[in-house]
Design a protein around this ligand. Structure first.
Ligand code: NDP
Length: 243
């Protein structure tokens, strides 16, 4: 069984979807968890439902707010051991129609936020010589996708960032890995119709779309001592879709 007793985790974008599933799994393994979204009331509501958790408001596209968030979590819990950079958005369009601001918004939310949060969290982790950073990328960052130039670039960027940070922080026992979900049923993917879902499922070897708990299990494993010799890796959790 995975035990995270005594650990404190921060999961960005954990008011719903994959992030919420991750927060729930980490609490289930014994960690104390900071639940984060842009809306404080929503974050506090989820934290109350989860139990050993507290809600925080932060727009991760704003670097100052991210730095303050990490400080606030360390102040509230006394330490931060596990950082899960999960918050993400899409602003899809074919490149010919993609606006500069849609490129910038996706980069700031999906990619820069992970760098800023990791930079802030590494100080405490270095002092304690134990840390886990888990970046939620996407299979789209590995194989690309039409209409998602901004999103695919941000997710591919997260993979490069993961490897650079893993090399930089390994001597202090801070492990940095990425999880690349395939197609997971959340608000982000809710607009897909029944027909498209069925067509998609038929292309997935395991024959179904993923659920938040499928990703949460991989994150809990990487956060635990069972994964003590794994760093700089991308764990694809996609039912076999892009193998
Ligand atoms: P959802 O849209 O369901 O949830 C997104 C979460 O991120 C919410 O909690 C939202 O909180 C938060 N969020 C969004 N923008 C910000 C922001 N600027 N600051 C702080 N929080 C923010 O997404 P998913 O759960 O589907 O996706 C989670 C991650 O997984 C993303 O990085 C996504 O790219 C990735 N992923 C998802 C896949 C899928 O199929 N669903 C596939 C591959 C990767 P709030 O709105 O309350 O602020």
């Amino acid at each position: 069984m995975i035990s995270l007793t005594g650990r404190v985790a921060l999961v960005t974008g954990s008011t719903r979807g994959i992030g919420r599933g991750i927060a729930e799994a980490l609490v289930g393994c014994g960690a104390k968890v900071a639940v984060v979204g842009r809306d404080l009331a929503a974050a506090e509501r989820v934290a109350e439902e989860l139990g050993e958790a507290r809600g925080f408001a932060c727009d991760v596209s704003d670097p100052t707010s991210v730095t303050m968030l990490v400080q606030a979590v360390e102040d509230a819990f006394g330490q931060l051991d596990i950082l899960v950079n999960n918050a993400g958005i899409t602003k899809d369009n074919l490149m010919a129609r993609m606006k500069d601001e849609d490129w910038d918004a996706v980069m700031a939310t999906n990619l820069r936020s992970a760098f800023v949060a990791t930079r802030a969290a590494q100080r405490g982790m270095m002092k304690r010589r134990w840390g886990r950073v888990i970046n939620i990328t996407s299979v789209v960052g590995l194989v690309g996708n039409k209409g998602q130039a901004n999103y695919a670039a941000s997710k591919a960027g997260l993979i490069g960032f993961t490897k650079a940070a893993a090399k930089e922080l390994s001597s202090r026992n801070i492990l940095v890995n990425a999880v690349a979900p395939g197609y997971i049923q959340t608000d982000m993917t809710a607009q897909l119709g029944e027909e498209a879902r069925t067509a998609l499922s038929s292309q997935i070897p395991l024959g179904r779309l993923g659920e938040s708990r499928d990703i949460a299990g991989a994150v809990a494993f990487l956060a635990s001592d069972l994964a003590a010799y794994i760093t700089g890796q991308v764990l694809v959790v996609d039912g076999g879709m892009v193998m």
